[in-house]
Design a protein around this ligand. Sequence first.
Ligand SMILES: [Zn+2]
Length: 135
Amino acid sequence: MSPTYREQKEEEVSNNFKQHRTRLENEQKRLREELDQLENAARPIDERREGSPFGKREEEATESLELERRLALEKQVTSQITEVEHALHKFEEGTYGLCDSCGQPIAPDRLEALPQAGLCLDCKAKNTRTRVPPG
Ligand SMILES: [Zn+2]
């Protein structure tokens, strides 16, 4: 209730946010490097394909499986980058820590565990519960 406590609390929160921002920036860098590596990994496979076009089915099957896995991973990394960049953008707008959907503050514990979280737990739960029950 006392203003001093409130100020202290606000400072604590903004210090936490600074840490989250650093974590997000590091995460963004790491994810971009990962994406770069995934994209670079695509090339050597094509260059190696110079021998006989026959009798290499097994190898090709493995390659296409790897390609599929790589594309899935690329998609995953890309969506993670989008989330991280969205959170960083919210810092610039001064809305970091607020729910994208209802505008309420997101629980500090949640941000601690997932600094790029864009929704509070309530909205997240509502989001996952979009399936309409039969009947
Ligand atoms: Zn919400």
